[in-house]
Design a protein around this ligand. Structure first.
Ligand SMILES: *[C@@H]1O[C@H](CO)[C@@H](O)[C@H](O)[C@H]1NC(C)=O
Ligand SMILES: *[C@@H]1O[C@H](CO)[C@@H](O)[C@H](O)[C@H]1NC(C)=O
Length: 317
């Protein structure tokens, strides 16, 4: 008789989980952007905004009246999303520009076009990213994760920095991840040539994002440009497209995984709330959060900054 109860419980448990899933998801995704800021006259660029968190972020910024640039590799896909956002928000000022972060030529072309078209830039969201792709290189010979997640956005931010300063108060939001905890900056193996793990390469690049946020914040002190890095949470997005294992895990635990809209909340919080005194910090669930010792090490941050400038042919100061 006891067995029957145990069996019944075992059968009921998944059912209960299924029914309670929305509540569980809500609980796990506490941290909602509560800003009521409106953005008429403000200009925002969101990289990788054709899907997932980036798309939700772009939509919300458009909803609040900003001129929004969707910067992505696949312009056709971007145009569809722009149309969708225009229809949903009634804001026609949503534009698509080609940006391939795996190619510094494309990054420079994007920046040139943008700087020619726009007088201001108030919000830059470095959102695009790749995760766990097999070993491959960008057009410039950088390892793909480092190249896109870190160096590509580094160059982009550098090229747009004067515009951000002129438009101050303005801000940069970098998407990083809790995965940075496993990351290390191996200066002798930055491009993964000596050893490579697809999973760890992602972590390294996400650590680089945080280090850069800290170093840039230091350099921009008093400029009116504030910078934040963000852990969006475990979010259902196309990031996992390169890994069959991760796709399966995502499916299995989909109850506990945030929707892209929930994942966009911390980016929006950092883009909209008055957090200037917290510039350089790392945020998760709309709160300042802990980062690993590596990510707090300003010696590594400075060295990585210099190495990155060197790799990208940016004059060092
Ligand atoms: C992140 O932010 C820093 C400062 O905001 C910037 O220099 C860097 O290029 C951005 N991107 C990455 C990927 O770190
Ligand atoms: C920072 O990293 C360097 C190089 O790995 C190390 O020698 C140094 O002790 C670290 N500093 C701190 C404060 O952890």
């Amino acid at each position: 008789c006891k067995m029957i109860w145990v069996l019944l419980l075992l059968l009921l448990l998944p059912l209960l989980l299924f029914i309670a899933a929305p509540q569980i998801r809500k609980m796990l995704s506490n941290g909602v952007c509560t800003s009521t800021a409106q953005l008429p006259g403000k200009v925002a660029v969101v990289t990788g905004a054709n899907t997932g968190i980036g798309k939700e972020t772009a939509k919300e910024l458009a909803q609040r009246g900003a001129r929004v640039y969707i910067a992505c590799r696949d312009v056709q896909k971007g145009e569809l999303v722009a149309k969708e956002i225009q229809t949903m928000t009634g804001n026609q000022q949503v534009f698509v520009r080609k940006l391939d972060l795996a190619d510094t030529k494309s990054i420079r072309a994007f920046a040139e076009g943008f700087l020619a078209d726009e007088k201001h830039l108030h919000i830059l969201i470095n959102n695009a990213g790749v995760m766990m792709c097999p070993y491959s290189k960008t057009a410039d010979g950088f390892e793909m994760h480092m190249g896109i997640n870190h160096l590509g956005h580094f160059l982009l931010t550098h090229l747009l920095l004067e515009k951000l300063k002129e438009s101050a108060p303005s801000r940069v939001v970098n998407l990083s991840s809790l995965a940075h905890v496993l990351g290390r900056i191996h200066f002798h193996n930055l491009q993964g040539e000596k050893f490579y793990s697809a999973g760890l390469a992602y972590c390294h690049s996400k650590l680089a994002n945080i280090l850069f946020t800290k170093e840039l914040a230091r350099r921009l002190e008093g400029s009116g440009v504030s910078v934040y890095s963000v852990h969006p949470g475990t979010v259902h997005s196309e990031l996992v497209r390169h890994s069959f294992f991760m796709r399966c895990m995502w499916r299995l635990f989909s109850f506990f995984i945030k929707t892209p809209q929930q994942g966009a909340q911390t980016s929006l919080h950092c883009a909209l709330e008055g957090l200037e005194i917290l510039s350089g910090n790392h945020f998760s669930d709309c709160r300042v959060t802990w980062v690993s010792a590596q990510a707090r090490n300003m010696t590594i941050a400075r060295r990585l900054w210099d190495v990155s400038c060197d790799l990208l042919g940016i004059p060092m100061d």
